[in-house]
Design a binder for this molecule. Sequence first.
Ligand SMILES: Nc1ncnc2c1ncn2[C@@H]1O[C@H](COP(=O)(O)OP(=O)(O)OP(=O)(O)O)[C@@H](O)[C@H]1O
Length: 336
Amino acid sequence: MSASDPLLRVAQFALAFRTETGLATVLDGVDLEVARGEILGLVGESGCGKSTLVRAILGLMPAGARVLGGRIEFGGQNLLDLDEAVLSRDIRAGRIGFIPQDPFQSFNPLFRVGSQMLEIMRWHAPPEIGRSRSAHRARLLELMERVRIPAPDTALKRFPHEFSGGQLQRLMIAAAIACKPDLVLADEPTSALDVTTQQQILALLEELAREMNTAVILVTHDLGLVAQYCDRVSVMYAGQTVESFSHKRMLEGVRHPYTRLLLDCHPDRAGALRGIPGIVPGIARMPPGCRFGPRCPAVLPICSTQRPKAEMLEADHSVQCWAVSGSIAARVPADA
Ligand SMILES: Nc1ncnc2c1ncn2[C@@H]1O[C@H](COP(=O)(O)OP(=O)(O)OP(=O)(O)O)[C@@H](O)[C@H]1O
C-alpha cells in the first residue's frame, strides 16, 4: 500500500437481511473510504443503514444476513474473506476500535472497569505496548489521564454504575484506543450525552485520533458536528451512498437534494432529524430507481425507474442523483 491509499475502502458493498417476505437488501452498493489520520462523517437519518455498515466492517453481521457483493478492504485485505476467529483475534478491538452509542450498555455492570479494559488489552495489545499486565495497566492509567478521568488508579477499581455517562464514554474512548488501533468506528458516540459533554468528548476523540494518526468514522445524524470535526463526509440514504465530499465542499455547496435537506434540519434532543417530509423506507419496501425519489423535491421521471450512477463532480466530490448529473438521459421522461 502506498501512503495515499485509503486505510479502509468499502466498495459496492451490498448486504441483505432475511425478512418474512424473503431477502431484503439493506445495504445496496455502499462506497466509502477513509485514510489514516482522517475523520470521516457518516451521516443519514435513522434507518439509513449506518449502524449496519459499521457492524459489517467489524464483521458483526446478524444471523441470516447475506453479503450480496462488494468488498470491505482494510489495510489492503478484504475483511469479507476472513473467518470469525481471525476477525475476533486480529481485527476487532485490536486494529479496529469501536465506540458504541450507549456507554451504559458497553461495559458489563458486574465487573470493574479496570478488569474489563485489561482483558481487552490482554488479547489485543500490540507488542510495542508490552505483554505484561503491569505494562497494560500503565498504558490504561496514562490514557485515563488523557481522557480526564479523575484519580485513574482508584477509577480502575470502580464499577460502571459509579461513573457518569460522560465519564463512561470517555472510558470507552480510552478502551477503544488502548491497543493503538488503525481505525476507530464511533457509532453516534455522544447521542446519549448533553450538548456540552458531547463537544468535550468529540474534541477529545479528535485530539487523540490526530495525535495517533488514527482513521475515524464518526456516525452521526448531526451535520453540525460533522462540519466541526470531519475532514470528509459520506451521506447514506436507505442503504445507499448518495453523496461524498470533503469538508470544503460542505461549506461551498453540496449537491444532492437529500444532503441539502439534511443541512437544513437539525437533530432534536433524541438525535432524530425533523424537517424532511416523509420517512426512510423500510428494507422490505424499497422503491425502485432512486430510493430518495418519493421524497425528493427535485424528482424527475427517470428517478422512479433507474438508479443514478455515481458521478465525480470534482476530485473530492461524488454524487448519485439524476437531477444533478449532467447526463442528457436524465432529462428525458422515463416513458419517452
Ligand atoms: N437484524 C436486523 N434484521 C432486519 N432488519 C434490520 C436488522 N437490523 C437493522 N435492520 C433494518 O435495517 C435498516 C437499517 O438499520 P440501521 O440500524 O443500520 O440504521 P441506522 O442508519 O444506523 O439508524 P440509527 O441512526 O437509528 O441507528 C432499518 O430499516 C432497520 O430496521
